[in-house]
Design a protein around this ligand. Structure first.
Ligand code: NAD
Length: 244
């Protein structure tokens, strides 16, 4: 059997890089799709992923047409798109009273709209081949809410509903759709937190540490394995016990 082809959005970010590495180490042929791929970023990413079967593609996941073009290119060049990890995400935090429509729309488009755009284009091919694995990277914020994140929490909670509805639609076609909800993981996104908030957060995690990107990557590799076809519509929290 030829290698399964995996597309990881936000693939050059903190979690994305770890997910790409884990999938490549699991024998997948991986494409890391990301926005604003500068030569500096590309060089760092290539250094981190040297020797692995990982290509880079530039993509704005909020652009429906561009998502379709990338999926078609992969299907033509690599023969299939078997695994889709909707991982790209942004925050534009503000309390509701201070949030402007642009902050709301950007977060909904990138975090939630992207799952529609990519799944809409990828699902027919998966269905035709009778195999597919979709993992949507949600967040603990989508389960508990988080101060200053009505936009982000709505998008991430929306991903849970999206995951379950699509899982039902494609379950009989060999395609699973699941979500992973990280807690606080060491990446540029959380390094941007004010130090006192970060310290307080880590102190509240039952396992006593901030998560590593590899903790998330391991969960994604598990859910995208050929052997985990009986898990669908599920949300896997990877949060050190912060919310249970
Ligand atoms: P990150 O900022 O390191 O990575 C996000 C990646 O998405 C970046 O490479 C960025 O360039 C890319 N991206 C942003 N907008 C894009 C667009 N329009 N099109 C394509 N790519 C785009 O953040 P991260 O911590 O690695 O987060 C990855 C995912 O995990 C996000 O969905 C985030 O919401 C989620 N998450 C992270 C944490 C955490 O603690 N780090 C916790 C819960 C959930």
């Amino acid at each position: 059997m030829s290698k399964r082809v995996a597309l990881v959005t936000g693939g050059m970010g903190g979690l994305g890089t770890a997910i790409c590495i884990a999938l490549a180490q699991a024998g997948r042929s991986v494409v890391a799709a990301d926005v604003a791929v500068t030569p500096e970023r590309l060089a760092l990413f290539q250094q981190a992923t040297a020797g692995l079967d990982i290509q880079v593609a530039e993509l704005d996941v909020a652009d429906h047409q561009a998502c379709g073009e990338l999926v078609r290119t992969l299907q033509a060049d690599a023969g299939s798109l078997d695994i889709l990890v909707n991982n790209a995400g942004i925050t534009r935090d503000a309390t509701l009273r201070k949030m402007d429509p642009a902050q709301w729309e950007a977060v909904l488009d990138v975090n939630l709209g992207s799952a529609f755009h990519l799944c809409r284009h990828a699902i027919d091919g998966m269905q035709a081949r009778g195999f597919g694995r979709v993992v949507n990277i949600s967040s603990i914020s989508g389960q508990t809410g988080n101060f200053g994140q009505t936009n982000y929490a709505a998008a991430k909670a929306g991903l849970h509903g999206f995951t379950m509805a699509l899982a039902r639609e494609v379950a009989a076609k060999g395609i699973t759709v699941n979500s992973v909800s990280p807690g606080y993981i060491e990446t540029p996104m959380t390094r941007a937190m004010p130090p006192e908030v970060r310290e307080r957060t880590v102190a509240s995690v039952p396992v006593g540490r901030i998560g590593a990107p590899e903790d998330i990557a391991r969960a994604v590799a598990f859910l995208t394995d050929d052997a985990t076809g009986y898990i669908t519509g599920a949300n896997l929290p990877v949060n050190g016990g912060l919310f249970m």
